[in-house]
Design a protein around this ligand. Structure first.
Ligand SMILES: *[C@@H]1O[C@H](CO)[C@@H](O)[C@H](O)[C@H]1NC(C)=O
Ligand SMILES: *[C@@H]1O[C@H](CO)[C@@H](O)[C@H](O)[C@H]1NC(C)=O
Ligand SMILES: *[C@@H]1O[C@H](CO)[C@@H](O)[C@H](O)[C@H]1NC(C)=O
Ligand SMILES: *[C@@H]1O[C@H](CO)[C@@H](O)[C@H](O)[C@H]1NC(C)=O
Ligand SMILES: *[C@@H]1O[C@H](CO)[C@@H](O)[C@H](O)[C@H]1NC(C)=O
Ligand SMILES: *[C@@H]1O[C@H](CO)[C@@H](O)[C@H](O)[C@H]1NC(C)=O
Ligand SMILES: *[C@@H]1O[C@H](CO)[C@@H](O)[C@H](O)[C@H]1NC(C)=O
Ligand SMILES: *[C@@H]1O[C@H](CO)[C@@H](O)[C@H](O)[C@H]1NC(C)=O
Ligand SMILES: *[C@@H]1O[C@H](CO)[C@@H](O)[C@H](O)[C@H]1NC(C)=O
Length: 409
Protein backbone atom coordinates (compact mmCIF):
# COMPACT_ATOMS: atom_id res chain seq x y z
CA UNK A 1 0.00 0.00 0.00
CA UNK A 2 2.66 2.43 1.14
CA UNK A 3 5.03 1.29 -1.61
CA UNK A 4 2.46 1.76 -4.33
CA UNK A 5 1.61 5.23 -3.02
CA UNK A 6 5.25 6.18 -3.02
CA UNK A 7 5.91 4.87 -6.51
CA UNK A 8 2.77 6.59 -7.75
CA UNK A 9 4.02 9.83 -6.25
CA UNK A 10 7.47 9.33 -7.74
CA UNK A 11 6.01 8.56 -11.12
CA UNK A 12 3.84 11.68 -11.06
CA UNK A 13 6.81 13.71 -9.85
CA UNK A 14 9.01 12.48 -12.66
CA UNK A 15 6.50 13.20 -15.39
CA UNK A 16 5.94 16.68 -13.93
CA UNK A 17 9.67 17.27 -13.99
CA UNK A 18 9.90 16.24 -17.59
CA UNK A 19 6.90 18.38 -18.48
CA UNK A 20 8.31 21.41 -16.68
CA UNK A 21 11.79 21.05 -18.17
CA UNK A 22 10.24 20.53 -21.56
CA UNK A 23 8.51 23.87 -21.37
CA UNK A 24 11.82 25.33 -20.24
CA UNK A 25 12.99 24.07 -23.63
CA UNK A 26 15.70 21.73 -22.37
CA UNK A 27 14.50 19.09 -24.78
CA UNK A 28 14.68 19.49 -28.51
CA UNK A 29 13.37 16.21 -29.90
CA UNK A 30 12.21 12.66 -29.27
CA UNK A 31 13.85 9.43 -30.36
CA UNK A 32 11.86 6.24 -30.89
CA UNK A 33 13.13 2.69 -31.23
CA UNK A 34 11.23 -0.55 -31.63
CA UNK A 35 11.81 -3.52 -29.35
CA UNK A 36 11.34 -6.75 -31.27
CA UNK A 37 10.00 -8.78 -28.34
CA UNK A 38 6.76 -10.78 -28.74
CA UNK A 39 5.14 -8.09 -26.56
CA UNK A 40 6.43 -5.36 -28.81
CA UNK A 41 7.00 -1.84 -27.53
CA UNK A 42 8.12 1.52 -28.80
CA UNK A 43 10.88 2.83 -26.54
CA UNK A 44 10.66 6.60 -26.22
CA UNK A 45 13.57 8.87 -25.34
CA UNK A 46 13.86 12.64 -25.10
CA UNK A 47 16.78 14.43 -26.75
CA UNK A 48 18.47 17.35 -25.00
CA UNK A 49 19.53 20.48 -26.85
CA UNK A 50 23.06 19.03 -26.95
CA UNK A 51 21.84 15.85 -28.69
CA UNK A 52 22.11 13.52 -25.71
CA UNK A 53 19.27 11.10 -25.04
CA UNK A 54 17.36 10.27 -21.88
CA UNK A 55 14.86 7.43 -21.47
CA UNK A 56 11.24 8.53 -20.95
CA UNK A 57 8.91 5.54 -21.27
CA UNK A 58 7.70 2.75 -23.48
CA UNK A 59 4.35 2.07 -25.09
CA UNK A 60 3.19 -1.30 -26.34
CA UNK A 61 2.13 -1.59 -29.96
CA UNK A 62 -0.22 -4.48 -29.17
CA UNK A 63 1.54 -6.44 -31.91
CA UNK A 64 4.43 -8.87 -32.07
CA UNK A 65 8.00 -7.92 -32.88
CA UNK A 66 10.28 -10.12 -34.92
CA UNK A 67 11.41 -12.07 -31.85
CA UNK A 68 14.78 -13.61 -31.09
CA UNK A 69 16.24 -13.62 -34.58
CA UNK A 70 19.73 -12.38 -33.84
CA UNK A 71 20.92 -8.84 -33.93
CA UNK A 72 19.47 -7.99 -37.33
CA UNK A 73 16.00 -9.43 -36.91
CA UNK A 74 14.34 -7.67 -39.83
CA UNK A 75 17.04 -7.41 -42.53
CA UNK A 76 15.33 -4.26 -43.73
CA UNK A 77 15.27 -0.49 -43.40
CA UNK A 78 12.35 1.72 -42.29
CA UNK A 79 10.46 -0.60 -39.94
CA UNK A 80 9.76 2.47 -37.79
CA UNK A 81 9.02 5.76 -39.52
CA UNK A 82 8.13 9.32 -38.57
CA UNK A 83 6.16 11.26 -41.16
CA UNK A 84 4.98 14.73 -40.10
CA UNK A 85 3.42 14.07 -36.68
CA UNK A 86 2.66 10.41 -37.31
CA UNK A 87 4.71 7.43 -36.17
CA UNK A 88 4.34 4.16 -38.10
CA UNK A 89 5.54 0.88 -36.56
CA UNK A 90 5.56 -2.57 -38.11
CA UNK A 91 4.49 -5.57 -36.02
CA UNK A 92 6.34 -8.05 -38.22
CA UNK A 93 5.48 -11.33 -36.49
CA UNK A 94 1.77 -10.46 -36.21
CA UNK A 95 1.44 -9.20 -39.81
CA UNK A 96 0.20 -5.78 -38.77
CA UNK A 97 1.09 -2.12 -38.55
CA UNK A 98 0.47 0.41 -35.81
CA UNK A 99 -0.08 4.13 -36.20
CA UNK A 100 0.58 6.72 -33.48
CA UNK A 101 -0.07 10.43 -33.22
CA UNK A 102 2.93 12.44 -31.96
CA UNK A 103 2.21 15.52 -29.86
CA UNK A 104 4.38 18.06 -31.74
CA UNK A 105 5.05 20.07 -28.57
CA UNK A 106 5.75 17.05 -26.35
CA UNK A 107 6.89 14.42 -28.84
CA UNK A 108 7.61 11.85 -26.08
CA UNK A 109 3.83 11.77 -25.76
CA UNK A 110 2.41 9.47 -28.44
CA UNK A 111 -1.13 8.08 -28.77
CA UNK A 112 -2.17 5.12 -30.85
CA UNK A 113 -4.71 5.86 -33.59
CA UNK A 114 -7.24 3.05 -34.06
CA UNK A 115 -6.29 -0.59 -33.82
CA UNK A 116 -3.43 -2.34 -35.56
CA UNK A 117 -4.14 -2.92 -39.24
CA UNK A 118 -3.41 -6.07 -41.25
CA UNK A 119 -0.34 -5.47 -43.40
CA UNK A 120 -1.96 -7.08 -46.43
CA UNK A 121 0.53 -9.95 -46.45
CA UNK A 122 2.86 -11.75 -44.07
CA UNK A 123 5.75 -10.32 -42.09
CA UNK A 124 5.93 -6.61 -43.03
CA UNK A 125 9.44 -5.17 -42.74
CA UNK A 126 9.46 -1.70 -44.38
CA UNK A 127 7.10 1.23 -44.71
CA UNK A 128 7.06 4.47 -46.72
CA UNK A 129 4.63 7.41 -46.75
CA UNK A 130 3.78 9.46 -49.84
CA UNK A 131 5.01 13.09 -49.85
CA UNK A 132 1.39 14.35 -49.73
CA UNK A 133 0.80 12.21 -46.60
CA UNK A 134 -2.27 10.47 -48.04
CA UNK A 135 -0.82 7.03 -48.57
CA UNK A 136 1.42 4.55 -46.75
CA UNK A 137 2.89 1.51 -48.49
CA UNK A 138 4.50 -1.55 -46.95
CA UNK A 139 6.69 -4.40 -48.14
CA UNK A 140 5.80 -7.83 -46.73
CA UNK A 141 8.73 -10.24 -46.57
CA UNK A 142 7.07 -13.53 -45.58
CA UNK A 143 5.10 -16.24 -47.38
CA UNK A 144 2.71 -13.61 -48.77
CA UNK A 145 5.34 -11.16 -49.96
CA UNK A 146 3.03 -8.43 -51.18
CA UNK A 147 3.55 -4.72 -51.67
CA UNK A 148 0.38 -3.10 -50.31
CA UNK A 149 -0.77 0.48 -49.78
CA UNK A 150 -3.12 2.14 -47.30
CA UNK A 151 -4.98 5.41 -47.26
CA UNK A 152 -4.21 7.55 -44.22
CA UNK A 153 -6.74 9.72 -42.45
CA UNK A 154 -7.59 10.77 -38.91
CA UNK A 155 -9.31 7.46 -38.16
CA UNK A 156 -6.27 5.43 -39.15
CA UNK A 157 -5.12 3.28 -42.03
CA UNK A 158 -7.30 1.57 -44.58
CA UNK A 159 -6.04 -1.05 -47.02
CA UNK A 160 -6.43 -0.09 -50.68
CA UNK A 161 -7.68 -3.44 -52.06
CA UNK A 162 -6.77 -2.70 -55.68
CA UNK A 163 -3.09 -2.17 -54.91
CA UNK A 164 -1.45 -5.54 -54.46
CA UNK A 165 1.75 -6.81 -56.02
CA UNK A 166 3.29 -10.17 -55.21
CA UNK A 167 7.09 -10.06 -55.09
CA UNK A 168 6.99 -13.83 -55.63
CA UNK A 169 9.83 -14.57 -53.23
CA UNK A 170 8.67 -18.05 -52.19
CA UNK A 171 9.49 -17.25 -48.57
CA UNK A 172 8.54 -18.81 -45.25
CA UNK A 173 7.16 -17.21 -42.02
CA UNK A 174 9.38 -15.80 -40.69
CA UNK A 175 11.36 -15.31 -43.88
CA UNK A 176 14.85 -16.70 -44.17
CA UNK A 177 17.13 -13.97 -45.48
CA UNK A 178 18.92 -11.77 -46.17
CA UNK A 179 18.71 -13.15 -49.75
CA UNK A 180 15.29 -13.02 -51.39
CA UNK A 181 13.71 -10.48 -49.08
CA UNK A 182 12.55 -6.89 -49.68
CA UNK A 183 14.84 -4.30 -48.04
CA UNK A 184 13.25 -0.86 -48.29
CA UNK A 185 10.75 1.21 -50.21
CA UNK A 186 10.47 4.87 -51.07
CA UNK A 187 8.44 7.38 -53.04
CA UNK A 188 10.08 9.74 -55.52
CA UNK A 189 9.95 13.40 -54.41
CA UNK A 190 7.00 14.12 -56.74
CA UNK A 191 5.05 11.20 -55.25
CA UNK A 192 4.46 9.66 -58.68
CA UNK A 193 6.60 6.57 -58.28
CA UNK A 194 6.97 4.01 -55.49
CA UNK A 195 10.05 1.83 -55.66
CA UNK A 196 11.13 -1.19 -53.68
CA UNK A 197 14.59 -2.67 -53.25
CA UNK A 198 14.54 -6.48 -53.31
CA UNK A 199 17.53 -8.64 -52.51
CA UNK A 200 18.34 -11.38 -55.00
CA UNK A 201 19.48 -14.87 -54.19
CA UNK A 202 23.06 -13.64 -54.09
CA UNK A 203 23.97 -16.36 -56.58
CA UNK A 204 23.71 -15.58 -60.30
CA UNK A 205 23.51 -19.30 -61.16
CA UNK A 206 20.50 -19.82 -58.94
CA UNK A 207 18.75 -16.82 -60.41
CA UNK A 208 16.48 -14.25 -58.83
CA UNK A 209 18.68 -11.22 -59.35
CA UNK A 210 18.53 -8.32 -56.95
CA UNK A 211 16.06 -5.81 -58.32
CA UNK A 212 14.16 -2.63 -57.94
CA UNK A 213 10.43 -2.88 -58.46
CA UNK A 214 8.89 0.33 -59.75
CA UNK A 215 5.22 1.31 -59.51
CA UNK A 216 3.31 4.21 -60.96
CA UNK A 217 1.19 5.24 -57.98
CA UNK A 218 -0.59 8.23 -59.46
CA UNK A 219 -3.66 5.96 -59.52
CA UNK A 220 -4.74 3.44 -56.90
CA UNK A 221 -4.30 0.48 -59.20
CA UNK A 222 -0.97 -1.19 -59.68
CA UNK A 223 0.90 -0.14 -62.74
CA UNK A 224 4.10 -2.07 -62.52
CA UNK A 225 6.61 -0.39 -64.76
CA UNK A 226 9.75 -2.45 -64.70
CA UNK A 227 12.01 -4.84 -62.94
CA UNK A 228 15.60 -3.77 -63.06
CA UNK A 229 18.76 -5.44 -61.97
CA UNK A 230 20.04 -2.83 -59.59
CA UNK A 231 23.77 -2.94 -59.37
CA UNK A 232 26.42 -2.56 -61.98
CA UNK A 233 29.02 -4.11 -59.70
CA UNK A 234 28.87 -7.46 -57.97
CA UNK A 235 25.69 -6.20 -56.28
CA UNK A 236 22.45 -8.02 -56.11
CA UNK A 237 21.35 -7.29 -52.54
CA UNK A 238 20.09 -3.68 -52.77
CA UNK A 239 19.22 -2.46 -49.26
CA UNK A 240 18.39 0.99 -47.86
CA UNK A 241 17.37 3.99 -49.97
CA UNK A 242 18.56 7.54 -49.19
CA UNK A 243 17.72 10.39 -51.59
CA UNK A 244 20.78 12.30 -52.82
CA UNK A 245 20.30 16.02 -52.09
CA UNK A 246 19.55 18.36 -55.03
CA UNK A 247 19.27 15.52 -57.51
CA UNK A 248 16.81 12.91 -58.69
CA UNK A 249 19.25 10.21 -57.59
CA UNK A 250 19.35 7.78 -54.69
CA UNK A 251 22.07 6.17 -52.66
CA UNK A 252 21.23 2.47 -52.33
CA UNK A 253 23.41 0.45 -49.99
CA UNK A 254 24.44 -3.05 -51.00
CA UNK A 255 25.97 -5.44 -48.45
CA UNK A 256 27.87 -7.21 -51.23
CA UNK A 257 30.04 -4.23 -52.10
CA UNK A 258 29.10 -0.89 -50.57
CA UNK A 259 26.47 1.17 -52.34
CA UNK A 260 25.05 2.07 -55.74
CA UNK A 261 23.80 5.37 -57.13
CA UNK A 262 20.60 5.20 -59.14
CA UNK A 263 18.48 7.76 -60.91
CA UNK A 264 14.83 7.05 -61.47
CA UNK A 265 13.15 8.75 -64.43
CA UNK A 266 9.50 9.72 -64.78
CA UNK A 267 8.90 6.82 -67.16
CA UNK A 268 10.14 4.39 -64.51
CA UNK A 269 13.46 3.63 -66.11
CA UNK A 270 16.74 3.77 -64.26
CA UNK A 271 18.93 6.15 -66.21
CA UNK A 272 22.14 6.26 -64.24
CA UNK A 273 24.03 4.00 -61.96
CA UNK A 274 27.45 3.72 -60.42
CA UNK A 275 28.86 1.52 -57.71
CA UNK A 276 30.71 2.84 -54.68
CA UNK A 277 33.15 0.25 -53.43
CA UNK A 278 33.73 0.63 -49.69
CA UNK A 279 37.13 -0.94 -49.02
CA UNK A 280 37.00 -3.88 -46.62
CA UNK A 281 33.24 -3.60 -46.18
CA UNK A 282 31.34 -6.70 -45.09
CA UNK A 283 27.64 -5.78 -44.94
CA UNK A 284 26.76 -2.17 -45.78
CA UNK A 285 23.02 -2.10 -45.08
CA UNK A 286 21.80 1.30 -43.86
CA UNK A 287 22.42 4.91 -44.80
CA UNK A 288 21.55 8.44 -43.73
CA UNK A 289 22.12 12.00 -44.90
CA UNK A 290 23.07 15.10 -42.89
CA UNK A 291 22.05 18.35 -44.64
CA UNK A 292 24.12 20.53 -42.27
CA UNK A 293 27.39 18.81 -43.14
CA UNK A 294 26.30 17.58 -46.60
CA UNK A 295 27.60 14.14 -45.62
CA UNK A 296 26.11 10.71 -46.23
CA UNK A 297 26.80 7.87 -43.82
CA UNK A 298 26.73 4.16 -44.59
CA UNK A 299 26.39 1.56 -41.85
CA UNK A 300 28.19 -1.78 -41.97
CA UNK A 301 26.45 -4.35 -39.77
CA UNK A 302 29.19 -6.97 -39.65
CA UNK A 303 32.26 -4.78 -39.40
CA UNK A 304 30.40 -2.21 -37.27
CA UNK A 305 31.77 0.70 -39.25
CA UNK A 306 30.13 4.02 -40.10
CA UNK A 307 31.58 5.43 -43.31
CA UNK A 308 31.05 9.14 -44.08
CA UNK A 309 31.01 10.22 -47.71
CA UNK A 310 30.15 13.17 -49.92
CA UNK A 311 28.35 12.90 -53.23
CA UNK A 312 28.56 15.67 -55.82
CA UNK A 313 24.91 16.32 -56.74
CA UNK A 314 25.82 17.20 -60.35
CA UNK A 315 28.34 14.53 -61.23
CA UNK A 316 27.13 12.02 -58.60
CA UNK A 317 30.76 11.31 -57.82
CA UNK A 318 31.34 9.99 -54.32
CA UNK A 319 34.29 10.70 -52.02
CA UNK A 320 34.81 8.40 -49.06
CA UNK A 321 36.23 9.43 -45.67
CA UNK A 322 37.82 7.06 -43.15
CA UNK A 323 35.35 4.78 -41.42
CA UNK A 324 34.50 4.99 -37.71
CA UNK A 325 34.65 1.70 -35.78
CA UNK A 326 31.95 1.05 -33.20
CA UNK A 327 32.96 -1.53 -30.62
CA UNK A 328 31.17 -2.63 -27.47
CA UNK A 329 32.75 -2.15 -24.06
CA UNK A 330 34.05 -5.73 -24.30
CA UNK A 331 35.88 -4.81 -27.50
CA UNK A 332 33.57 -6.74 -29.84
CA UNK A 333 32.15 -5.24 -33.05
CA UNK A 334 28.94 -3.46 -32.07
CA UNK A 335 26.57 -4.87 -34.73
CA UNK A 336 25.10 -1.67 -36.07
CA UNK A 337 21.55 -1.86 -37.35
CA UNK A 338 19.72 1.40 -37.99
CA UNK A 339 20.75 5.03 -38.16
CA UNK A 340 18.94 8.36 -38.47
CA UNK A 341 19.95 11.99 -38.69
CA UNK A 342 18.17 14.50 -36.44
CA UNK A 343 18.24 17.96 -37.98
CA UNK A 344 18.30 20.28 -34.93
CA UNK A 345 19.06 23.55 -36.75
CA UNK A 346 20.80 25.08 -39.76
CA UNK A 347 23.99 24.76 -37.74
CA UNK A 348 23.61 21.36 -36.11
CA UNK A 349 22.69 17.78 -37.00
CA UNK A 350 23.13 14.68 -34.85
CA UNK A 351 23.61 11.12 -36.05
CA UNK A 352 21.89 8.40 -33.97
CA UNK A 353 23.26 4.93 -34.58
CA UNK A 354 21.52 1.93 -33.04
CA UNK A 355 23.99 -0.67 -31.80
CA UNK A 356 22.33 -4.08 -31.44
CA UNK A 357 25.43 -5.67 -29.92
CA UNK A 358 25.05 -3.83 -26.62
CA UNK A 359 21.61 -2.22 -26.98
CA UNK A 360 23.00 1.28 -27.02
CA UNK A 361 22.53 4.29 -29.25
CA UNK A 362 25.71 6.13 -30.21
CA UNK A 363 25.16 9.84 -30.61
CA UNK A 364 27.46 11.83 -32.91
CA UNK A 365 27.54 15.60 -33.24
CA UNK A 366 27.59 16.97 -36.80
CA UNK A 367 28.05 20.75 -36.56
CA UNK A 368 28.21 23.10 -39.55
CA UNK A 369 31.78 23.63 -40.63
CA UNK A 370 32.89 20.49 -38.80
CA UNK A 371 35.96 18.70 -40.03
CA UNK A 372 35.39 16.68 -43.18
CA UNK A 373 34.33 13.19 -42.39
CA UNK A 374 35.13 13.17 -38.69
CA UNK A 375 32.59 11.74 -36.31
CA UNK A 376 32.47 13.28 -32.84
CA UNK A 377 30.90 10.85 -30.34
CA UNK A 378 28.97 12.82 -27.70
CA UNK A 379 27.14 10.01 -25.92
CA UNK A 380 26.92 6.25 -25.63
CA UNK A 381 23.28 6.05 -24.63
CA UNK A 382 22.52 2.90 -22.62
CA UNK A 383 19.05 2.35 -24.01
CA UNK A 384 18.79 -1.37 -23.15
CA UNK A 385 19.87 -0.81 -19.55
CA UNK A 386 17.37 2.04 -19.18
CA UNK A 387 14.49 0.00 -20.58
CA UNK A 388 15.40 -3.12 -18.59
CA UNK A 389 15.42 -1.04 -15.42
CA UNK A 390 11.78 -0.11 -16.02
CA UNK A 391 10.89 -3.82 -15.92
CA UNK A 392 10.64 -4.18 -19.67
CA UNK A 393 13.01 -6.58 -21.35
CA UNK A 394 14.91 -6.01 -24.51
CA UNK A 395 16.29 -9.18 -25.93
CA UNK A 396 19.04 -9.02 -28.49
CA UNK A 397 16.95 -7.18 -30.99
CA UNK A 398 15.94 -3.58 -30.91
CA UNK A 399 15.49 -2.61 -34.52
CA UNK A 400 13.85 0.44 -36.04
CA UNK A 401 14.82 4.02 -35.20
CA UNK A 402 13.06 7.33 -35.81
CA UNK A 403 13.27 10.91 -34.55
CA UNK A 404 10.88 13.84 -34.24
CA UNK A 405 12.05 17.44 -33.75
CA UNK A 406 9.77 19.63 -31.63
CA UNK A 407 8.10 22.23 -33.78
CA UNK A 408 7.80 24.90 -31.10
CA UNK A 409 7.52 25.42 -27.36
C1 LIG B 1 23.97 17.37 -22.41
O1 LIG B 1 22.96 17.96 -21.63
C2 LIG B 1 22.55 17.16 -20.52
C3 LIG B 1 21.37 17.87 -19.85
O2 LIG B 1 21.68 19.18 -19.58
C4 LIG B 1 23.72 16.95 -19.58
O3 LIG B 1 23.32 16.10 -18.52
C5 LIG B 1 24.86 16.30 -20.36
O4 LIG B 1 26.00 16.19 -19.54
C6 LIG B 1 25.21 17.11 -21.59
N1 LIG B 1 26.18 16.37 -22.38
C7 LIG B 1 27.29 16.92 -22.85
C8 LIG B 1 28.18 16.03 -23.67
O5 LIG B 1 27.57 18.09 -22.63
C1 LIG C 1 -10.49 -2.13 -31.87
O1 LIG C 1 -10.56 -3.47 -31.42
C2 LIG C 1 -11.47 -3.64 -30.35
C3 LIG C 1 -11.34 -5.07 -29.85
O2 LIG C 1 -11.35 -5.97 -30.92
C4 LIG C 1 -12.86 -3.30 -30.84
O3 LIG C 1 -13.78 -3.43 -29.78
C5 LIG C 1 -12.90 -1.87 -31.36
O4 LIG C 1 -14.14 -1.58 -31.93
C6 LIG C 1 -11.83 -1.66 -32.41
N1 LIG C 1 -11.76 -0.25 -32.76
C7 LIG C 1 -11.72 0.18 -34.01
C8 LIG C 1 -11.61 1.66 -34.19
O5 LIG C 1 -11.76 -0.57 -34.97
C1 LIG D 1 -10.78 7.36 -44.16
O1 LIG D 1 -10.44 6.82 -45.42
C2 LIG D 1 -11.28 5.77 -45.81
C3 LIG D 1 -10.74 5.20 -47.10
O2 LIG D 1 -10.45 6.22 -48.03
C4 LIG D 1 -12.71 6.25 -45.96
O3 LIG D 1 -13.54 5.18 -46.28
C5 LIG D 1 -13.14 6.85 -44.63
O4 LIG D 1 -14.42 7.40 -44.77
C6 LIG D 1 -12.17 7.93 -44.20
N1 LIG D 1 -12.55 8.41 -42.88
C7 LIG D 1 -12.53 9.68 -42.58
C8 LIG D 1 -12.91 10.01 -41.19
O5 LIG D 1 -12.22 10.54 -43.39
C1 LIG E 1 10.01 -22.61 -52.84
O1 LIG E 1 10.62 -22.96 -51.58
C2 LIG E 1 10.57 -24.34 -51.31
C3 LIG E 1 11.21 -24.55 -49.94
O2 LIG E 1 10.74 -23.60 -49.03
C4 LIG E 1 11.30 -25.16 -52.37
O3 LIG E 1 11.15 -26.51 -52.10
C5 LIG E 1 10.72 -24.83 -53.74
O4 LIG E 1 11.50 -25.44 -54.73
C6 LIG E 1 10.72 -23.31 -53.97
N1 LIG E 1 10.08 -23.00 -55.24
C7 LIG E 1 10.59 -22.19 -56.13
C8 LIG E 1 9.78 -21.95 -57.37
O5 LIG E 1 11.68 -21.63 -55.97
C1 LIG F 1 25.49 -20.95 -56.76
O1 LIG F 1 24.52 -21.93 -57.04
C2 LIG F 1 25.04 -23.04 -57.73
C3 LIG F 1 23.88 -23.94 -58.12
O2 LIG F 1 23.02 -24.19 -57.02
C4 LIG F 1 26.08 -23.74 -56.85
O3 LIG F 1 26.64 -24.82 -57.54
C5 LIG F 1 27.18 -22.73 -56.49
O4 LIG F 1 28.07 -23.31 -55.56
C6 LIG F 1 26.58 -21.49 -55.86
N1 LIG F 1 27.61 -20.48 -55.69
C7 LIG F 1 27.82 -19.87 -54.55
C8 LIG F 1 28.90 -18.83 -54.55
O5 LIG F 1 27.16 -20.10 -53.54
C1 LIG G 1 24.53 0.64 -65.03
O1 LIG G 1 25.77 1.16 -65.46
C2 LIG G 1 26.42 0.33 -66.39
C3 LIG G 1 27.76 0.95 -66.69
O2 LIG G 1 27.62 2.29 -67.07
C4 LIG G 1 25.55 0.17 -67.63
O3 LIG G 1 26.16 -0.73 -68.51
C5 LIG G 1 24.19 -0.38 -67.23
O4 LIG G 1 23.34 -0.42 -68.34
C6 LIG G 1 23.57 0.47 -66.18
N1 LIG G 1 22.32 -0.16 -65.73
C7 LIG G 1 21.19 0.51 -65.59
C8 LIG G 1 20.05 -0.29 -65.10
O5 LIG G 1 21.10 1.70 -65.82
C1 LIG H 1 30.68 19.00 -58.46
O1 LIG H 1 31.31 18.71 -59.68
C2 LIG H 1 31.31 19.84 -60.58
C3 LIG H 1 31.87 19.34 -61.92
O2 LIG H 1 33.11 18.72 -61.72
C4 LIG H 1 32.13 20.96 -59.97
O3 LIG H 1 32.10 22.08 -60.81
C5 LIG H 1 31.51 21.33 -58.62
O4 LIG H 1 32.32 22.29 -57.97
C6 LIG H 1 31.39 20.11 -57.72
N1 LIG H 1 30.67 20.47 -56.52
C7 LIG H 1 31.19 20.34 -55.32
C8 LIG H 1 30.31 20.74 -54.18
O5 LIG H 1 32.30 19.89 -55.13
C1 LIG I 1 38.88 -0.11 -37.42
O1 LIG I 1 39.00 -1.52 -37.35
C2 LIG I 1 39.78 -2.09 -38.39
C3 LIG I 1 39.73 -3.58 -38.22
O2 LIG I 1 38.43 -4.03 -38.35
C4 LIG I 1 41.19 -1.54 -38.34
O3 LIG I 1 41.91 -2.04 -39.43
C5 LIG I 1 41.14 -0.02 -38.42
O4 LIG I 1 42.43 0.49 -38.26
C6 LIG I 1 40.24 0.54 -37.34
N1 LIG I 1 40.13 1.98 -37.53
C7 LIG I 1 40.26 2.84 -36.54
C8 LIG I 1 40.12 4.28 -36.91
O5 LIG I 1 40.48 2.50 -35.41
C1 LIG J 1 18.06 -6.55 -20.91
O1 LIG J 1 17.37 -7.72 -20.52
C2 LIG J 1 17.40 -8.78 -21.47
C3 LIG J 1 16.50 -9.89 -20.99
O2 LIG J 1 16.79 -10.21 -19.66
C4 LIG J 1 18.83 -9.22 -21.68
O3 LIG J 1 18.89 -10.22 -22.68
C5 LIG J 1 19.66 -8.05 -22.14
O4 LIG J 1 21.03 -8.41 -22.24
C6 LIG J 1 19.53 -6.87 -21.17
N1 LIG J 1 20.19 -5.76 -21.80
C7 LIG J 1 21.00 -4.95 -21.12
C8 LIG J 1 21.67 -3.90 -21.94
O5 LIG J 1 21.20 -5.05 -19.94
Amino acid sequence: MLTSKISLFLFAGLSCLLGASAWASDYKAALYTLSQEADQAILISALHQNGSAEFVSSIQTGGKGAGARGQDALQSSDSLLVHRNLLFALNSASDELSLFHIDPKEPWDIQQIGNNTWSGGRYPTSIAVSPDSTKACVANAGSESYIRCFSINESGLELIPSFSFDLGLNQTDPPVGPPKTPSDLSFTADGQILFVTVKGSGNATEGLAGRIEIFDVSSDTVSHKSTVYAASGPGGLPFSVTPIADSAAYLVTDPTGGADILRIERDGSISYNASIAIPGQAATCWSAYSPVTDRYFTIDLTRSVITPLTINSTTLEATLFPGYNVTTSSGKPGSLVDARIAHFSDQQDYLYSLVAGDQTVRVFSLPAGGQSGTLDLVQTYELGVAYNSTGGAVGMSIEGLAVFIRSSW
